[in-house]
Write a protein that binds this ligand. Structure first.
Ligand code: NAP
Length: 292
C-alpha cells in the first residue's frame, strides 16, 4: 500500500489465502494497480492452512471481501467451497481466484489464462494448432484446460508413468475431448518415440514441470536438441532462472522461446480484471516489478 493512500470506511478488501504467503509478489502488483487506477481497494496476505480454510473463507465472505486468490495447498479444497465454477476451474477442480458476488463465491483458475496471455504478449497465437505440455500437475492442467477452451486443436499431455497426477490427467483429457472442440492425448514421458511424434506435430512446447528450476538448473525434461524443430515455439513456466536449460537448448536450435515471468503477471492481471471489471495497467506493473 502506498504511503499516501488512505484507508477509509469505503475501502474494499482483496487478498491471498494459503501457506506460506509472505513471499508473494501479488500484494505489490495489486496494490500498485489499485493506486494507479484510483480504485479504493487493498490486497493483503492471510497465512491460512488447509484446516482453517473454510472458516477463513466464510469469515472473509461475511465481511464482504471483494475477491481473493488461493495458493498452495488450498486450490483444490477451495473448488468445493465455491457456489459456482468457471468452465476451466470445473474441468480441473482447482481454484486460484474467487469473486464474491454478494455472498455467492464464483471460482476461477487464472493460471492457464495467465499462460495464454503471456503467449499472446510474446506475439504468438496457437488457436487451431497443436501443443505439447510436459507435466500433469496444477499448472499443466490449468494451461491445458484454458488452451482447449481458447481453441487449440490438439494437446499432448506428457506425464511420467506412475505420476501422482496420472488419473487426474486421464480425467482431464476426457473432459477436454467431451467439453471442448479440442482433443487431448496422454503421452508417457519415457516413451521417447511418442514424445518425439507429439513435439513434431506441435507448434508449441510448454515445460510445466519444476525440472530446470533453481537451484537444480542443469536439467531439462528434453535435453536432446533434435526435438527442437524450427517451427516450434518453446516455453518454460519457470522464471528462476530466466533462461532454463530447456530454453537455452531450444534458443540455440533456432526456436523462439519465452519463460514463465509474464504468466505470473498475467494470472494476477486476470484476477484483477475479474474483481474490478477493469484491466490491470500491465505495462506499468511490468516496468516496476518484472524488469530485467
Ligand atoms: P505440481 O502440481 O507439483 O506438478 C509438477 C508436475 O511436474 C507433475 O506432473 C510431476 O510429475 C512433474 N515432474 C516433477 N518432477 C519431474 C521430473 N523430474 N521429470 C518429469 N516430470 C516431473 O507443480 P505445479 O504447481 O504444476 O508447478 C510446476 C512448475 O511450474 C513449478 O516449477 C512452479 O514453480 C511453476 N509454476 C509457474 C507459474 C508461473 O506463474 N510462471 C505458475 C505455477 C507454477 P509427477 O506427478 O510424476 O511427480
Amino acid at each position: 500500500m502506498d504511503q499516501n493512500s488512505t484507508i477509509t470506511g469505503h475501502t474494499q478488501l482483496t487478498g491471498l489465502l494459503g501457506s506460506p504467503v509472505a513471499h508473494s509478489l501479488s500484494p505489490m502488483m495489486h496494490n500498485t494497480a489499485f493506486r494507479l487506477l484510483g480504485i479504493d481497494c487493498v490486497y493483503l496476505c492471510f497465512d491460512v492452512g488447509e484446516r482453517d480454510l473454510e472458516t477463513a473463507v466464510r469469515g472473509l465472505t461475511a465481511c464482504g471481501i471483494r475477491g481473493f486468490n488461493l495458493t498452495m495447498p488450498d486450490k483444490n479444497r477451495m473448488a468445493a467451497l465455491c457456489d459456482e465454477l468457471s468452465v476451466v476451474a470445473e474441468m480441473i477442480g482447482a481454484v486460484n481466484t474467487v469473486v464474491n458476488e454478494g455472498g455467492r463465491l464464483i471460482g476461477h483458475n487464472t493460471d492457464g489464462k495467465g499462460y495464454m496471455l503471456a503467449l499472446k504478449d510474446a506475439g504468438y497465437d496457437v488457436s487451431g494448432k497443436n501443443m505439447t505440455i510436459l507435466g500433469g500437475g496444477g499448472a499443466a492442467s490449468s494451461i491445458a484446460a484454458q488452451a482447449a477452451v481458447d481453441g487449440v486443436r490438439k494437446i499432448y499431455l506428457a506425464v511420467r508413468s506412475g505420476s501422482r497426477f496420472h488419473n487426474r490427467t486421464v480425467n482431464l483429457a476426457e473432459s477436454i475431448c467431451s467439453r471442448t472442440s479440442c482433443t487431448a492425448e496422454l503421452i508417457d514421458l519415457a516413451d521417447t518415440s511418442s514424445l518425439r511424434n507429439a513435439v513434431d506435430d506441435s507448434a508449441l512446447l510448454v515445460n510445466a514441470t519444476p525440472v530446470g528450476m533453481a537451484p537444480d538448473t542443469d536439467h531439462a525434461v528434453i535435453e536432446d536438441a533434435s526435438f527442437f524443430h524450427t517451427n516450434l515455439i518453446v516455453s518454460d513456466i519457470i522464471y528462476n532462472p530466466r533462461e532454463t536449460l530447456l530454453l537455452r537448448l531450444a534458443r540455440k536450435a533456432g526456436c523462439p522461446v519465452f519463460n514463465g515471468l509474464y504468466m505470473l503477471l498475467y494470472q494476477g492481471a486476470e484476477a484483477f480484471r475479474l474483481w474490478t471489471g477493469v484491466e490491470m495497467p500491465v505495462d506499468e506493473i511490468k516496468r516496476l516489478y518484472f524488469a530485467g
